[in-house]
Design a protein. Structure first.
Lengths: 355, 355
DNA sequence: CAAGGATGCTAAATCGTATTAGCTAGGCTG
DNA sequence: CAGCCTAGCTAATACGATTTAGCATCCTTG
């Protein structure tokens, strides 16, 4: 209707040239003043004041696009993951990265591959085209991935993932091995020497979810500590998936033949299933059976009794990825020496272990 | 060490000028060809071929930053939310938006405010500075928000949120009212006429979590249907929070004085607590008590028996936000007439209601 | 064969900023 | 008073594309 409706919607924004004009100086001078180098560039205090005043009067904000083009740095980090949504609270990975990035003045440009390698390639390409300063390639559960070549030419880091073949790229993963040791340690300290059953993984290749780094390392840690203590587990029930129903089935099968004293569940969803199976048989946690688990999924603290578990440090993992990228500079560093960063998994001691 | 180590890490990328030079034409011609307007601009087929060949040989990719500066469009949408992480699977909101955006060739630039209005302001400012084509202001649970003025000057939409004061901005929210009707309908169809208790909210102002739109609308929907059927609820137990412990307490209190036939829990976490309290008293779902709930949190299908619930359509909400922004164009439209979009909450009929 | 139109290009301006390389006027020195 | 330094600026260029305007040729056509 009215003639001043701008169909593009955006009021033409004020530019540096506008500010310079209003202050009666050249754009060059205005730029110097606003970048804080006025004194150094011998702009008189009077001129400085006029520029600052004009900038504030006109609500001047520099156009980041233009700055990026000129300086070659975008203060943007690409975050490419297989999936943010499927894994319930893995969004915390993003949150950690987001906050760490923001503290360094950067924002995250996110993309999701759904596990499709072609889409992954295109997304990394898109990040590159937009001149993201660096790229984080994240997986929502720890696994080995093949590193797209495009990542090797730019600052990049693997988050919650390991390179399938040795590549010049750093990784940030949870310290599953130590977590395995700690899980076993909790039971040992509580005095358990026998009747310990593993729910979720066993030594065999087909006794665990494929590609799961967690299964292998958690088991290794458990095994290491138990062996050192001179004891062995009474049984190990492997599952190809780690959902509540799998835990239920495993414990039901177990209860059909014997009476466990303690369970190490390979994640909290399995533990939920285990609780259900135990309760179905009228067994109490921890009076009859103790349970220790991994992940610290929200349900761990919703269960009754609350579950003792080794927490996946999602938030901290996200932060570390950014830290690794920025190393010790104010901008992401080139692909240097690759390193493997293991983030500790804290023990959440709650009420599911007797003692 | 070696002289060719580029400390910035990035190989200088090939530009349009490089391609033009290799093809023996001007950058102008190269641009015409690569933008598909070669024929229209009367570039000879031979020249076209040379340009395309050169572009492919040199692995040319246009610099998006430069294109954005020139065209004033960034193919980037800002996604500003209070928190992605705290609410367990609300990441699906992002996922929906992400996929819909990608289908339109855009990526999401994300930021999180942690509920801090100043940070929110700064983030929106940052999105604006980067010339995001539009901004989505998302809340992880449906509530009324005060709309930052900066949003009104650009294409924007509220996701899972309503403007506190009437503002010229569209909203996308779940249809909580209809969901309330459906929840009551499920019980009515199953033949319940009395003994229906509400867990989580009641008619009083202090009988529900503050600022929760869901509480008000779900209750209104329930009330509407029950009134129409000529029945009323046997009791309503309001809670200021909707965690499992609250549900447990409520149902425990309820069982101390009577025997409900059916529960409408205002979310799945309350329902989890209700299950625990029922089980503690030796009552079976649904044989003794039926339960219907809201949200379709992952736990809804982990519980035994699986919970009948009205799903929050997170994914669809995210998609709709993008759809609303793009309306019927290839780029976000100016802030036009504000509309309220209600996305249906599908019924997940499972095993917690006797039938 | 001159006028006019199509053909096949390219030069130059533009987007908004940062930065390098001057340029001018005044003061000081010798 | 010539020469040099300093203070206080600005012109010009670059970043990497897109787009408008225009410039030669060659081919028709009356």
């Amino acid at each position: 209707m009215s003639a001043d409706v701008n169909p593009g919607g955006a009021t033409p924004r004020t530019t540096l040239a506008d500010v310079a004009r209003a202050a009666g100086v050249s754009p060059t001078s205005a730029s110097f003043v606003l970048s804080g180098r006025g004194r150094q560039m011998r702009i008189s205090p009077e001129a400085e004041d006029r520029v600052r005043q004009a900038a504030s009067d006109l609500h001047y904000r520099p156009n980041s696009i233009s700055v990026s083009l000129r300086k070659g740095i975008t203060h943007t980090i690409g975050f490419v993951s297989d999936t943010v949504a499927t894994t319930p609270h893995a969004g915390t990975l993003i949150k950690g990265a987001l906050e760490a990035a923001r503290e360094r003045g950067s924002l995250l440009l996110i993309g999701e591959t759904e596990g499709d390698p072609e889409l992954e390639r295109r997304l990394i390409q898109a990040m590159h085209d937009r001149r993201a300063d660096a790229v984080i390639l994240a997986s929502m559960y720890t696994r080995k991935v093949s590193v797209p070549k495009a990542l090797l030419g730019m600052p990049a880091v693997l988050l919650n993932a390991l390179p399938r073949r040795q590549a010049g790229i750093s990784s940030v993963i949870p310290d599953e091995l130590a977590a395995g040791r700690d899980a076993a340690g909790v039971l040992l300290r509580a005095g358990f020497r026998d009747g310990i059953h593993l729910i979720g993984a066993g030594p065999g290749r087909n006794q665990r979810p494929p590609h799961s780094v967690a299964a292998v390392e958690r088991l290794a840690g458990i095994s290491e500590v138990m062996t050192a203590a001179g004891i062995t587990w009474a049984g190990a029930y492997g599952c190809l998936e780690w959902e509540p129903a799998d835990g239920y089935r495993a414990v039901e099968a177990l209860l059909a033949t014997g009476r466990p004293k303690a369970l190490i569940c390979f994640n909290d969803r399995l533990a939920l299933g285990a609780y259900q199976a135990l309760s179905h048989r009228g067994l109490q946690v921890p009076a009859d059976v103790s349970v220790v688990s991994f992940d610290d999924d929200p349900i761990a603290s919703w269960l009754k009794p609350q579950l003792t578990t080794l927490a996946l440090p999602h938030y901290e993992l996200g932060r570390r990825a950014i830290d690794v990228l920025f190393a010790d500079g104010d901008r992401p560093r080139a692909p240097g020496e690759a390193a493997l960063h293991r983030v500790p998994m804290p023990l959440r001691q709650r009420a599911s272990v007797a003692g």
